[in-house]
Design a protein around this ligand. Structure first.
Ligand SMILES: [Zn+2]
Length: 464
């Protein structure tokens, strides 16, 4: 049966509109939006005092890294830079059984749902058993993560990562044995997943993610990209998060990662460069000319001390930005969106740096990064509410103190710059209500199982 939602306000066509209704079909897709909608048979859900907002799209997540939250904020345990932080992350990765991975992923996805995220792009690179041997079913860990998202009720695009080497001419790092595959094994397993989840409609889609140019040699990188393009799958990779990546790539190939991607015709509208912090202006031009997306992860990037993405330069060149929670240091797409501008404010000692680019206002621009641009990067019809798109949205309590004083015109900047989590009341993904009145339908069970796992990994340290 269809469901007719009647909120006080609804965000549609770039503005909050009063007394606008949304009709969602039983297939989880928006049927109609407008005033005075009639539909029968349909159940009606009245939402007085609430606004409906399109669900956020979290384009870059490593769900299992939720486990290291709170365990990597000291130099004694995690060193002073990204590379030593990786050691703590690898400890978490080494100890997880398939069931543990399901539990930690569900915890991350629960937290995403509570933050208003209805789609996750999960950049998944745990493939093997802890001893480095492939599981009998090589899709096992990918499916554990997919099933965690299905259980938590959020849409997932599993960006299956290829990780073939530790670096250029480097011996294999024992901390990475769960990541390594051959090219053939990677393509085989990914094909199995594509076939399994290709039926429509589905809350699951598959994409490819050569981890980075240091982890996938350029020849194999190109093969994966060609393979993905033949199947119209999204292509994501980590690119220039650290200056050391650029230096090593120049030594190996005589070009920076972005220069190499351009030369090899890997950049394209289906390509998303994750981070892209240390790019020169000409390199940003290459990304812009190709129509590629940059996925920025500001809450993680500031946590790791990666640097500040030059979003002002890139957006002026026409690059679209999406956002990701990446290491799960914090899961809050609205914080990520506002940080994109706030970091530049601190750097330039100016306000509203990303305002009025190509005539677009700042709040709308940042909101698009968290919604439509993310959906485009993942290749799914979501991120805005219109007929034919998924009925993915959340409601905000218009009486929440963080929104007091709003008007239809000021609600969007308030949402982007000040929304606090208690204001997020209900979350609907594909027409399914997964959060009601600020509580997820399986919250107690997911949290209890996660607590058990956390104890085991950090206190007991017994092998999984
Ligand atoms: Zn990442």
């Amino acid at each position: 049966m269809s469901t007719l939602y009647r909120p006080e306000m609804l965000f549609v066509d770039g503005a909050f509109q009063q007394n606008c209704e949304l009709l969602a079909g039983d297939d989880g897709v928006v049927e109609a939006i407008g005033k005075g909608l009639q539909a029968s048979p349909a159940q009606t859900v009245d939402l007085p005092g609430k606004a409906i907002v399109p669900g956020a799209v979290n384009v870059h997540s490593h769900a299992f890294q939720r486990l290291i939250r709170g365990k990597s904020e000291s130099r004694r345990t995690s060193g002073k830079d990204f590379w030593s932080w990786r050691g703590t992350m690898y400890h978490a990765a080494a100890s997880l059984s398939p069931e543990d991975l399901f539990d930690v992923a569900r915890m991350a996805f629960l937290e995403m749902a509570l933050a208003g995220i209805t789609t996750v792009g999960e950049f998944h690179y745990l493939h093997n058993a802890p001893n480095g041997k492939p599981y009998e079913d090589s899709t096992l860990l990918s499916r554990q993560v997919i099933e965690a998202a299905e259980s938590a009720g959020i849409r997932i695009v599993l960006l299956r990562a290829a990780y073939f080497q530790s670096g250029y001419q480097l011996p294999s790092d024992p901390g990475q044995v769960r990541f390594f595959e051959t090219l053939d094994a990677y393509l085989n397993t990914t094909e199995q997943l594509v076939t399994a989840y290709s039926k429509m409609p589905s809350n699951v889609r598959i994409g490819v993610a050569p981890h980075s140019i240091r982890a996938v040699p350029i020849k194999e990188f190109r093969t994966i990209v060609e393979w993905a393009r033949a199947r119209q799958l999204p292509i994501h990779t980590h690119l220039s998060e650290q200056t050391a990546e650029n230096t090593a790539c120049i030594r190996e190939y005589g070009l920076t990662p972005a220069g190499l991607m351009a030369r090899e015709q890997i950049l394209g509208t289906d390509f998303t460069a994750v981070h892209a912090i240390h790019l020169t202006e000409p390199e940003i031009g290459l990304v812009a000319d190709a129509g590629s997306t940059i996925c920025s992860c500001p809450t993680t990037e500031r946590n790791l001390g990666d640097g500040i993405v030059t979003a002002d330069v890139a957006m002026r060149r026409g690059v679209r930005f999406a956002l990701g929670s990446d290491s799960q240091a914090q899961i809050d797409p609205w914080e990520d969106s506002r940080e994109l501008d706030y970091h530049l404010r601190l750097e330039h000692q100016q306000r509203a740096v990303l305002d009025d680019i190509e005539g677009q206002g700042l709040a709308q621009r940042l909101f698009d990064c968290a919604t439509v641009n993310g959906a485009r990067s993942l290749g799914i019809p979501a991120g805005e509410l219109k007929p034919g798109n998924y009925a993915d949205f959340f409601t905000v309590d218009l009486k929440d103190v963080s929104l007091t004083g709003h008007s239809p015109a000021s609600l969007l900047p308030m949402l982007v710059f000040t929304l606090s989590r208690p204001a997020i009341r209900d979350v609907v993904a594909g027409g399914r209500v997964i959060v009601s009145n600020g509580r997820h339908e399986q919250q107690e069970e997911i949290v209890a199982r996660y607590n058990e796992l956390y104890e085991r990994v950090w206190n007991d340290r017994s092998p999984a």
